[in-house]
Design a protein around this ligand. Structure first.
Ligand code: HEC
Length: 253
């Protein structure tokens, strides 16, 4: 019984073991550590705020995040006034008003993140025919999750000699097929961090992967706490059952 419980506990916490295959076209997913891994993992709020900054100043030029509303940013440690002023930096189309006209107004906390393009065709047209996917659920949509996103952002390399790339294509060892239409979006020192965190591509990639994981799984910390609670309960319950059994059978030999 105890062994079974332990096995379940271990399985639940086993970090994703990814076989980094060196064969030519398969996706290479790096083995990176994140604070939210394991059964006791939680989000690092400072990393979430830095990651949001990267999304806001870099990725949001091309990628939408339609499922996240400004008010959700409370989970990153921002207060109501801060969220209001972040939202107010954007303008959204609302309406129609009494005269039947659509109008622009500053975004409110209840609005969802604004998409960079009016529709998918416009997004493709602006990106050489490739559609930048919505990033709200990207860490769930791709095998490897946060490590995959980190891999994409840090996986650009010089293409091997026998590899032909068309214009607008880039060689990336994490992308399946190793061809990606996104130019490397990050470079060192492009975004300033006020908290003294190193301004490197790897750090930016790590922070934005953390932010995107939170966006896809905002309830993860709750779920893990609940899981740990359930296991503690099961252990205690197993102990009681064992004691009861011993008592009942004490005089039977
Ligand atoms: C200049 C526009 C542009 C910017 C800026 C940009 N991307 Fe992209 N991104 C794209 C395009 C276009 C694709 C689709 C590439 C393809 O299908 O080959 C893409 C694809 C992706 C993918 C998906 C790869 C896959 O598995 O399909 C991820 C993840 C991604 N981008 C993350 C980011 C992050 C994180 C940032 C910010 C650090 C960012 N992107 C900034 C244009 C952009």
């Amino acid at each position: 019984m105890l062994r079974a419980i332990l096995a379940i506990a271990l399985l639940a916490g086993a970090p994703l073991a990814v076989q980094a295959s060196e064969s030519s076209h398969t996706s290479v997913i790096p083995d990176v550590q994140f604070s939210f891994e394991g059964p006791f993992g939680s989000y690092d709020k400072a990393a979430l705020q830095r990651g949001y900054k990267i999304y806001r100043q870099v990725c949001s030029a091309c990628h939408s995040m339609k499922r996240v509303a400004f008010r959700n940013l409370e989970a990153l440690g921002y207060n109501e006034a801060e969220i209001k002023s972040i939202a107010a930096e954007y303008s959204v189309t609302d309406g129609p008003n009494d005269e039947g006209e659509m109008f622009e107004r500053p975004a409110r906390a209840s609005d969802y993140f604004k998409s960079p393009y009016p529709n998918d065709n416009a997004a493709k047209y602006a990106n050489n025919g490739a559609l930048p996917p919505d990033l709200s659920l990207i860490t769930k949509a791709r095998f490897g999750g946060a490590s995959y996103v980190y891999g994409i952002l840090t996986g650009y390399e010089e293409a091997p000699d026998d590899f032909t790339l068309m214009t607008g294509q880039h060689y990336n060892k994490t992308m399946s097929g190793h061809v990606i239409a996104m130019a490397p979006p990050l470079s060192a020192d492009m975004i300033s961090y006020e908290d003294g965190t190193p301004q490197t591509v790897n750090q930016y990639a790590h922070d934005v992967a953390t932010f995107l994981t939170w966006a896809a799984e905002p309830e993860m910390e709750q779920r893990k706490k609940m899981g740990v609670g359930v296991i503690i309960f099961l252990l205690a319950f197993a102990g009681i059952m064992y004691a009861t059994k011993r008592k009942i059978w004490a005089d039977k030999h």
